[in-house]
Design a protein around this ligand. Sequence first.
Ligand SMILES: [Zn+2]
Length: 768
Amino acid sequence: MPASRPPAPARGLLAPLAALVLLAGLAVGSVLALQPPAPAPADAPATSFSAERAFAHVEDVAAETHVTGSEAHARVVDRLVAGLTGLGLDTRVQNAVGTWQSSPGGAEMARVRNVVAVLPGTESTGRLFLVAHTDSVETGPGASDDAAGVATLLETVRALREGEPLRNEVVVVLTDAEEACLCGAEAFAASHPLAPQGGVVLNLEARGTAGPPITFETSRGNAGLAERYAAAVPHPVATSFAVEVYRALPNDTDFSVLLARGFTGLNTAFIDGNAAYHTPQDTPSRLDRGTLQALGDNTLALTRELGEADLTDLARPGDADATYFPVLSGLARYPGWLVWPLAGAAVLGVALLAVVDRRRGSPLSRTLLGILAAVVPLVLAPLAVVGLWRLLVLVRPGYAGVLDPWRPGFLRLAAVAVVLAVVLAWHALLRRRVGPAGLRTGALALLAVLAVVLAALAPGGSYLAALPALAGVLAGLLPERLRLAGGLVAGAVAVVVLAPTVALFLPALGLAGGAAPAAVATLLGLALLPVVEELFTPPSVPGGRRSVAVPAVAGALAVALTAVGLAVDRFDQQHPVPSQLVYALEADTGEAWWASTEADPGEYTARYVDGRRELPHDYPYLAGRPVAAGPAEVAGLPASTVQVLDDRTAEGRRTVTVRVTPQRDVRLVVLDLRTDGGSVVGARVEARDVPDDAFGEDRLWLTFHAPPRQGVEATFTVEGGGPLTLRVVDGSDGLSGLPGFEPRPAGVDAAGTHSSDLVVVGATTDLG
Ligand SMILES: [Zn+2]
């Protein structure tokens, strides 16, 4: 061997490009593995689930908008009772009043009609509850949300009836008023005779029209249920990271109510195709039948698994959570007690690698610089994706009102390309200053620190950082000549762990919330640095055309994908721009407004509103915040009448009973009671006590959904203070026929909010 060698020539691009192509292929494979299967035809074997058979139920339930309390909803309930009875289940309707989400000064209640059907077990060890909600939102037929869930349960029960009876009792609970206030689930948990012993719940939900059904929420101590899920389900898409994220979010479904009441279980929803969610566009034809098939296959398999399992322990919250995540078409899973050892091993491993780096000529100072440097893309890339969305909203103002565009595919890829461009540009800028080893080990150190932080705060998400860090450390410890091979293997680990997370979190948070998935994508980029480094000229060789070329290619890709994404996704008749509009009338003062919760009202909404203001009276969904508003003609809409049935004072407490009777077809009434200086200490509405946590204020804002035609009877107890006033606001759906209203043109549709096209009428009664 000669003592000195000439400087190494520029590296060949072939090997690193081949490695990157392999990794990109693996990423695509990982994401495709999440996608639902083809729908099974109507003549599929009787014991299996068929999306085509289930779809007939979707069309039936979602034939029209069927909001809680409506005649359309009553028809849906009747047909479901007939359907389940026809399948041989003991099926009844639970008529009750539910209440949920009360807080000082406010409460929500609803008159509900839950459908409860029982399939007895042969030797039951506990109850398995299959739950979906029958009501739709006010503005749309709710084909995906949640006719798909209801239809899945009907087809699941049909398939079950074709096989041997299960060991455990299965109870189908089709709840009412989920959209209004989760009040059907609450009424079931609070007063149904089958509820007190609890059990295991499988809840089916939707927040879009497509994509894989994701099991995103569990009861505490989910190790036992995760084991059953992994063993049974043919299309496993579940991650313990989502469980942690959801636990930290204020979002709620029926499942939240049941968990709070001691039930255990799994909550599953499909979330892609969010543009149609809660809008008139949530029609049967938009529901992806592959999604329905995946939901059905999984629900049937889990029902069989849990139907035969010993539920004694599974029906109680466990003491250990598991870590689990999709890997290709399987589910990787390990016990929660491994989270800290893995995070600790990642930290120790990085420390060891830093020592080895030092021996190889990269001093510790460079590793420390690398750690600081690694924070930069983790901040910049999410900011760049936020910037991309701002830019998209600027180019297409209609995006301001959506979480995700109708056809977000190319724009999602653009967001990933933006992340890639940021990581590559950062790497190109720093690799000569910090050195490839310093950058690589710095990035791994950041991952290891994140693994520890997540282990402490969100243990189910620690794997996202710990596993890529450990793989990267092992690859870094390999001899120099195995650098690329090691980088490829470690990169593969990072890809299978992180790529599905990016793919699931992009629709979960929407492009409008793209910062979080961008952060996960950045972690993936950092984990791929050893392979990426091979694209560049070695630091020992002068010249750096590739330092510009490599990030420029990613940047150009981001621009191209954005342009294609904007060209592909346009608002049109089939993909309308959302418009949010409310009509509010104060009957006794003769004032009326158009109002909108749109931050920047679109062309159609702008015809009705002329500025932002807080309305002079409080209306549901609009109170306490400035909204876009404009004057409206006064419509001849009668306010609800208030009749005092009883009024007595004893021991300093005044108790007033009123009957509030809507004079038109409404879906909600708000009873807004105020005392001058006193405090509301009790209330009972339609024979149900309002929860205690609503009391203690000088005001009670009580929303009652689906009020009976003959009116709502309410008793209030007030302590101290002077005169009482009761302002009643009732609300109905649909703006057509109102003076000055022009129907939306093609290409504009009601936005997916609970207040779109709401007509509210308020009037105040002095109770003295
Ligand atoms: Zn729903």
